[in-house]
Design a protein around this ligand. Structure first.
Ligand code: PRP
Length: 174
């Protein structure tokens, strides 16, 4: 990884514009309702912070910590819920915020987990939808950007905990 080059895929300006578009769409869809947004840590923290500040409706926030372990960039397919949400979501409108949908395993697991608590509604907003590596059928309701494949870092996305802090999104090149 240290020998790999990186190239900007989505600049901070492009990201900012798209996040504001998503926020406008979500604000319109949830007009007059009380939204609880649930960020999946760690990757979603930057996207979530930007997105909720661009909403024109009030929201409450909570977090869950989920992890799928594997070697390097390859997911093991096993999801571990390391920290659950704290709030009661029964009868509430819930929007899960995620940085990336890859195999779809993490979100499939977490959506099912939350559905069992009977929210009024449950939708997913993903910053990136990496469509080429799905292992389970999963469609996010709101998507920032779609890519087919490739290893991306920055704007919350890491490699070995590095690069989350970068304001732009990069694709790694051999
Ligand atoms: C990443 C990402 C998603 C998940 C997506 O999390 O943040 O939660 O993988 O992959 P999937 O669709 O193949 O399940 P990771 O486990 O790397 O933890 P992190 O958020 O702390 O980086």
């Amino acid at each position: 990884m240290d020998q790999m080059q990186k190239e900007i895929l989505f600049s901070r300006e492009v990201i900012d514009k798209r996040v504001k578009e998503l926020a406008a769409c979500i604000s319109q869809d949830y007009e007059g309702r009380e939204l609880i947004v649930i960020g999946i840590l760690k990757g979603a923290f930057i996207f979530m912070a930007d997105l909720i500040r661009a909403l024109s409706i009030p929201c409450q926030v909570d977090f869950a910590r989920l992890a799928s372990y594997g070697a390097g960039s390859v997911s093991s397919g096993k999801v571990i819920l390391m920290n659950d949400i704290e709030m009661s979501i029964r009868g509430k409108d819930i929007l899960i915020i995620e940085d990336i949908v890859d195999t779809g395993i993490t979100l499939s697991y977490f959506v099912q987990w939350l559905k069992e608590r009977n929210p009024r509604s449950l939708k997913v907003c993903a910053f990136l939808d990496k469509r080429g590596r799905r292992k389970v059928t999963f469609e996010a309701d709101y998507v920032g950007f779609t890519i087919e494949d490739g290893f991306v870092v920055g704007y919350g996305l890491d490699f070995d905990e590095k690069a989350r802090f970068l304001p732009d999104v990069y694709i790694m090149k051999e």
